[in-house]
Design a protein around this ligand. Structure first.
Ligand code: ADP
Ligand code: MG
Length: 618
């Protein structure tokens, strides 16, 4: 090889850091490097298979698509070779020298810092699999030739430090050959039995022949095509581990086989971990589309709605033409049909879990509640079905306990026609809200919405089992009889105070009323009609500073000592300065509770005045 033809390239700085993390700390489980190389080879073979289907007259279609693994003990080298698509120079530089996902490195760094080495196994998911080989190799050579006509062959060399070189090389075969010069301490990867072990452990579902030192390794059939009766839990779990490059077991799975109205086989998994909850990037679609066991599209956007992106697995249908182009997958009527069918089944499966294996479902809910709520908003067709999956805490649950809507309706009080809800920052805040008082008194359950998304969700649902959702504040609800004796004279006095308050508050409130719902609190601020709740309005205001919070109704409780005091003060002298101070403070207290108090300085000054008076210094 003429040395002057050799070109030197620097690794992208992210790659350098990644290599550092990989080699010096992260991976405890070094053997997975082989899984990554085999999986890359399988990807390349998959792509080749696809090219054969779509490009006519390609040479070499009769040769077996295969992966070979061979140990050269004398030289201390391990060689992994495939006859897949190979890489052009441009692909080589782009694919092996940069990191595709920008969030990857951040995540890995955090993993490293948090010493959660075990999770490092997730590495294969992030498009950094190739570099894992530098954990065991001190030098790597890649010889590759693209399947494309007249493509040249290239040799890539690196010691995994800062740079790599590329030069032209001689290679007749299409595909890629990766040669690892193993480190001194990693010679175990030259032993046949060790290699076989690793391959069987991580790669037995690879849908292509694997030869190890000339001997063909028995592999497993595609699991989804086999009858359920032939499959044990372990088969499903093993396949998941293979599919997701993980040691983690799935939370639950669903295997579907259908002949009519459309033929397909599908195998879906719900993971035990949510990447999005871990603070990672938004997940890519997780279900691959196959036709007759040939991969048509990895992570297909068409076979699952977006909100179900956490679901992993495969869909395989003979009715999807093998040579379908990636573009036409989009408008394929059969795929639409399959999607409709499987989404329904999947949601039903989750509902079954909820009914029969509550703990499992709770785990799913904990991880993917956000996705399901997204589904209520976006998947009109399945809205009702998803509503059965929703869980809430409520005035009748305690601790972590959650209630679903079916349970709620099942234990509704006699005469109750609506499903009540109340939002707030957290459970404790909601429980202190005086709006709850009358519901407690009447023994009506109230759903506690602590996730701001919940209100949107209920807004979209409107009703469950013909019972409309109703915000506690805007519920038209009254205590049957006033608990406090209200003879006409005192009612009149209270009404006079109301007139006084209206004048004092002016534009600050929409109205002042005598409450028929308060038990223990002096007053409450309510939503006049079915408008958005305060929580919702605060969110809207965050996005739009000019948004005007809607005016609210202040209801007072004439049975409360504070209001009684104000009534007496008003009777004695409507112009008393203390009465005005109390009136203003009463409203500010409510605003403070709801987090909508704007003029804090005036409020503090007033409180200080009251404190002085209480101390007798004024
Ligand atoms: P990922 O497989 O997740 O994309 P890798 O680091 O394992 O990340 O590989 C990076 C890229 O290098 C692959 O996406 C592929 O384009 C290319 N590549 C790696 N190995 C091969 C191979 N054997 N044949 C063809 N291309 C390969
Ligand atoms: Mg890979």
């Amino acid at each position: 090889m003429a040395a002057e033809k050799e070109q030197r390239f620097e690794f992208q700085s992210e790659v350098k850091q990644l290599l550092d993390i990989l080699v010096y700390s992260l991976y405890k489980n070094k053997e997975v490097f082989l899984r990554e190389l085999v999986s890359n080879a399988a990807d390349a073979l998959n792509k080749m298979q696809f090219e054969f289907l779509t490009v006519p007259d390609l040479e070499g279609r009769d040769r077996e698509l295969k992966i070979t693994v061979a140990a050269d003990k004398k030289r201390g080298r391990l060689v992994i070779e495939d006859n897949g698509v190979g890489m052009t120079l441009e692909e080589l530089v782009r694919n092996i020298g940069t990191i595709a996902h920008s969030g990857t490195l951040d995540y890995l760094r955090r993993l490293k810092e948090s010493e959660k080495g075990g999770q490092a196994d997730l590495i294969g998911k992030f498009g950094v699999g190739f570099y894992a080989s530098f954990m065991v190799a001190k030098e790597i050579h890649i010889a590759t030739r693209s399947w494309q006509k007249d493509a040249k062959a290239w040799l890539w060399k690196s010691t995994g430090e800062n740079s790599y070189t590329v030069e032209e090389t001689a290679r007749e075969e299409r595909g890629t050959r990766i040669e690892l010069q193993l480190k001194k301490d990693e010679k175990e990867y030259l032993e046949s039995h060790r290699l076989k072990n690793v391959i069987l452990k991580h790669s037995k579902f690879v849908p292509f022949a694997i030869y190890l030192d000339g001997e063909k390794i028995e592999r497993r059939e595609a699991v989804w095509t086999q009858p359920k009766s032939k499959l044990a839990d372990k088969d499903y779990v093993d396949f998941y581990k293979f599919l997701e490059n993980t040691q983690e077991e799935p939370e639950t799975w669903l295997h579907l086989q259908s002949d009519a109205p459309v033929q397909f086989q599908a195998l879906f998994y719900v993971p035990k971990t949510s990447f999005e909850l871990l603070g990672l990037m938004k997940e890519d679609p997780g279900v691959d589309l196959y036709s007759r066991k040939v991969l048509i599209q990895k992570g297909s956007k068409e076979v699952m709605p977006e909100y179900l992106r956490f679901v992993k697995g495969v869909i395989d249908s003979e009715e999807i033409p093998l040579n379908i182009s990636r573009e036409t997958v989009q408008n394929n009527v059969r795929i639409d049909k399959i999607r409709k069918h499987v989404v329904k089944k999947l949601l039903e499966h989750l509902e079954g879990l909820k009914e029969k294996e509550r703990d499992k479902y709770l785990a799913v809910w904990k991880n993917f509640a956000k996705n399901l709520k997204e589904g209520v908003v976006n998947d009109f067709e399945n809205r009702e079905r998803i509503s059965r999956l929703l869980l809430f805490s409520s005035s009748k649950t305690s601790g972590d306990e959650l209630v679903d809507l079916k349970q709620y309706v099942g234990r509704m009080a006699a005469g109750q026609k609506e499903i009540y809800y109340l939002g707030g920052g957290d459970r404790a805040a909601i429980e202190r809200n005086p709006a709850l008082e009358i519901f407690r008194k009447k023994d009506y359950e109230v759903l506690f919405l602590t996730d701001p998304l919940d209100e949107f969700v209920l807004d979209h649902l409107r009703e469950y089992d013909k019972k409309p959702f109703k915000m506690t504040e805007s519920a038209d609800i009254a205590l049957e009889e006033k608990t406090e004796a209200g003879d006409e004279a005192s009612l009149k006095d209270a009404e006079n105070l109301v007139i006084y308050l209206k004048a004092i508050y002016g534009e600050q409130v929409q109205d002042v009323k005598i409450s028929k719902r308060l038990v223990d609190s002096p007053c409450i601020l309510l939503n006049p009609a079915d408008g958005p709740s305060v929580q919702m309005e605060k969110i809207i205001k965050m996005m739009n500073k000019d948004y005007q919070l809607s005016k609210r109704v202040l209801e007072i409780n004439p049975g409360h000592d504070l209001i009684k005091t104000m009534i007496s003060l008003h009777q004695a002298d409507p112009a008393a300065p203390l009465l005005k101070t109390l009136a203003l403070q009463l409203l500010d207290n409510m605003k403070l509770r709801e987090g909508i108090l704007s003029d804090t300085e005036a409020t503090i000054a007033r409180i200080q005045q009251l404190m002085l008076e209480a101390g007798g210094t004024s």
